[in-house]
Design a protein around this ligand. Structure first.
Ligand SMILES: NC(=O)c1ccc[n+]([C@@H]2O[C@H](COP(=O)([O-])OP(=O)(O)OC[C@H]3O[C@@H](n4cnc5c(N)ncnc54)[C@H](OP(=O)(O)O)[C@@H]3O)[C@@H](O)[C@H]2O)c1
Length: 313
């Protein structure tokens, strides 16, 4: 049973995951405070009762006021869109957040990071796991959920796949299309985050979460094409390096090249669940790839319909 009296601090509420979590928590009438670098952009979107405060994790002096009276703080932030050294910025952001949480007596931190257990993790995945360690060092009980690619309209990694499949009838595909992932539907991720907020007090946990299917990135593209009724040909070549792949992505997708490049370097790392037992404390049965893509496309259809006929909806 949710404790609706707990005050929750949400970071990343202008982002993809944080925005969806905000709407879910508002639908459940939780006491919510959102920290945003541009509160004026977020304020018009939030429900009555949701507090929006200015804060920037890279400006530690802005954090004590945001943390005051908070029992659970959600960390849904990354610096990959910044032009600087994202690993350094994410380290600084996590340290500032952890230190402010400790000083304010926050009981729990909930963090969504990335799967990957190989020795040679990409800079992006290694940084996501470093952030988890820093948050645990705060002394607050930290629940770190680790996920692979999140399937949903607006999720950066899903949008990369969509852009490629929609634009290119014939794809010369680099080696990473064979890397295994465990894509998860965004609604399942939100369920896990809400359960992590509501879990009974205890020790810090790292929980690996994934959808029902282990598939390659090529399989994800093929399933997307199948559901969209697109005939696509993939020609695998062994020679494209991650760097070349990222240049290739920058050419064919509308995403900022710098975010795409950092993400694409992670595509060489397998992101599957090694130990599912931790996440089994939650009663969630994530769906498989086909259903996750079906949900993403169906949601888009609804959004398009609402934009076209706002009065009718
Ligand atoms: N999407 C996926 O497929 C996926 C998969 C696995 C894990 N995750 C994890 O999920 C979390 C959220 O990712 P997302 O996909 O929702 O990212 P996103 O859409 O790019 O959102 C990032 C958020 O971080 C905020 N932010 C960045 N720097 C900040 C700072 N210095 N201070 C305060 N806020 C700052 C941004 O705010 P502004 O609006 O001010 O820029 C934005 O709200 C991340 O930890 C990510 O690793 C995502």
């Amino acid at each position: 049973m949710a404790d609706n009296q707990k005050r929750i601090l949400l970071t990343g509420a202008t982002g993809y995951i944080g925005g969806r979590l905000r709407r879910r928590l508002e639908a459940e009438s939780r006491e919510l405070r959102c920290l945003a670098r541009r509160p004026e952009a977020l304020e018009p979107q939030v429900a009555r009762g949701t507090e929006v405060v200015y804060g920037d994790l890279l400006r530690p002096e802005t954090l004590p006021a945001a943390m005051r009276g908070i029992s659970t703080a959600c960390y849904l932030v990354h610096s990959m869109a910044s032009g600087g050294d994202f690993a350094r910025e994410d380290r600084e952001a996590a340290r500032a957040f952890a230190s402010a949480a400790r000083a304010a007596g926050v009981e729990r931190i909930v963090y969504l990071g990335g799967l990957g257990s190989e020795d040679a993790l990409s800079d992006h995945l290694a940084s996501r796991q470093e952030v988890g360690r820093i948050l645990r060092d705060s002394g607050a009980q930290t629940i770190e959920l680790r996920a692979s690619i999140i399937i949903g309209s607006g999720s950066l990694s899903f949008e990369m796949i969509r852009a490629l499949v929609e634009r290119l009838p014939v794809m010369v595909t680099p080696r990473w299309v064979r890397t295994l992932a465990q894509p998860i539907a965004v609604e399942d991720v939100i369920d896990y985050l809400v359960d992590a907020i509501d879990a009974p007090a205890g020790r810090s946990l790292v929980l690996e979460v994934g959808g029902a299917d282990r598939v390659s990135y090529g399989d994800i593209m093929a399933e997307y094409a199948r559901q969209r009724g697109l005939h696509r040909v993939m020609i695998a070549v062994p020679v494209l390096s991650p760097r070349l792949s990222s240049l290739w992505l920058a050419l064919v997708t509308p995403l900022q090249a710098r975010v795409g490049r950092k993400l694409v370097e992670s595509l060489r790392n397998e992101t599957t669940v090694g130990d599912p037992s931790g996440a089994e404390i939650f009663d969630i049965r994530p769906c498989g790839l086909a259903e996750a893509i079906r949900q993403a496309l169906a949601e888009e259809e609804r959004e398009i319909a609402q934009t076209r006929w706002p009065k009718a909806s």
